[in-house]
Design a protein around this ligand. Sequence first.
Ligand code: URA
Length: 267
Amino acid sequence: MPLDIAPIDLLRWYLDAGVDEAVGEMPVDRFAASAKPAAPVLVAPPAPDRPTVVAEARPIVAVPAQDGVTAAHLAAGCQDLAQLRQAMEGFDGLSLKRTAISTVFADGNPEAGVMCIGEAPGQEEDRQGLPFVGRSGKLLDRMLGSIGLDRDSAYITNVVPWRPVDNRKPTAEEVATCLPFVIRHVELVDPKLLILFGGAAASALLARHEGINRLRGRWFDFSSPGLPRPVPAMATFHPAYLLRTPAAKREAWRDLLAIRARLDMHS
Ligand code: URA
């Protein structure tokens, strides 16, 4: 039965009910889907040496690599960035690595005090072996430039260092596998401030389940046993999202100004 309600009123109703983000770009007809017979679900018995990965933010569950060496184990043994890069280049626990050309480690100045974390490399990043050098990287550079930062005064990396084929989002398990590396990366850089670009980086590093709309624009403390003190962290929209949704640049601009103000307060 068609709803006798104006779209704007329906939208208001959603907002009042607390809905603040769409989970997909296309509407899904759940009635049609549930009318179809369910496909049989094949449940593989858990391998004895492979604990179930709980796909939640900042999972502590170690994801075993093929040869049994976990990312957590490798990362914990790294005492500097060169060792971390080498450990990641030698890691064999994620199938993404086999289809990627490069392990995209980082770019910029690790001494700068500002560390930016994105999601995962795209095609151009994979080709050049550097983060944020494609289209969204150009916008990232402009965003940083707008608050007086560049690749000499900021350090840039990603949660996942290998390109997911077809530029899809990394899965929760892929993020979970790589998380010990990026956490150790933050510990070794020991920045004064973290900027998290997009929902994947924000929810993984902040261990929060909310979407980017709720996480952005707020200060969080990023704490980890290998850090001398918690690092103030702010999430904002990913430049790729801003390229698709220019209207959101206003909020991103607000976030960048708050970051600038915080940097000025402590300089
Ligand atoms: N998007 C990211 O999140 N990281 C990159 O390096 C490039 C695009």
